[in-house]
Design a protein around this ligand. Sequence first.
Ligand code: B1M
Length: 213
Amino acid sequence: MAVIEEISEFLQKGRAKNVKVLVQQAIDENYDPKIILNEGLLSGMMIIGDKFKRNEVFVPEVLVAARAMNSGLEILEPKLIEVGNQPVGKAVIGTVKGDLHDIGKNLVAMMLKGAGLEVYDIGVDAPAEAFIEKAEEVGADIICMSALLTTTMPSMQDALAVMREKGVRDKYIVMVGGAPVNQIFSDQIGADYYTPDAATAAETAKKAIILKK
Ligand code: B1M
């Protein structure tokens, strides 16, 4: 079996150590990092996601698969990011309150780093105040919020409301994303940008910061 298929297979079984070794092997065999990501890691995660939807696997299996995904991403990170010389700006990123999904957020963080941004990751289940406090502390240019659940999308709206209350809304560019989020929702809550994937998020953040400066 080719190494890329093996990555997908072992990820589905939640075998983090094997995934790490295989991702390293694929790198050593000069596979394109995007192929390793999309056809190995993400394809395995999507299969698990579909099985989860059909009740063929349950939360514990999805959780170990997600851990294996994050282990693979750690190994792949230096290959995915090629940081330029000039720092472009500072980004605060997190998954919003009530939401524990972090794979997409981690990918966006990686791509932002790759686009030359200094990234402050406040983790998952992050309340509105945490985004604002970190942004104020580090002098961020952009706040990036991720949500994977329809039930946590309103936390993005809450965060924007708190920013307005504190009078800091216009200090920051606000970008939202995650599988259930779309342009209509982003417009409704008054975010500056919605982006559908990590690569677009990084490209858009970079352009938006340059435009604002
Ligand atoms: Co959850 N889960 N989960 N889960 N989980 C989903 C999201 C779900 C769609 C599964 C399903 O039913 N088909 C469903 C949500 C339904 C809905 O609300 N519409 C769901 C559910 C229901 C739940 C629980 C409620 C299940 C339960 O307990 N009964 C529970 C909620 C826990 C909580 O958060 N409070 C739960 C728990 C979990 C685990 C903990 C087991 C695990 C997460 C582990 C982890 O992240 N460390 C998990 C996982 C792994 C998934 C699936 C299978 C995979 C998500 C993922 O990582 N995808 C997911 C099903 C699926 O998506 N097929 C599912 C890969 C990732 C790269 O994609 O995050 O979309 P994504 O990121 C993309 C883009 O969206 C974008 O860039 C990335 C790619 O380039 N993006 C941004 C993301 N953030 C962005 C921010 C940006 C811009 C772009 O700008 C700021």
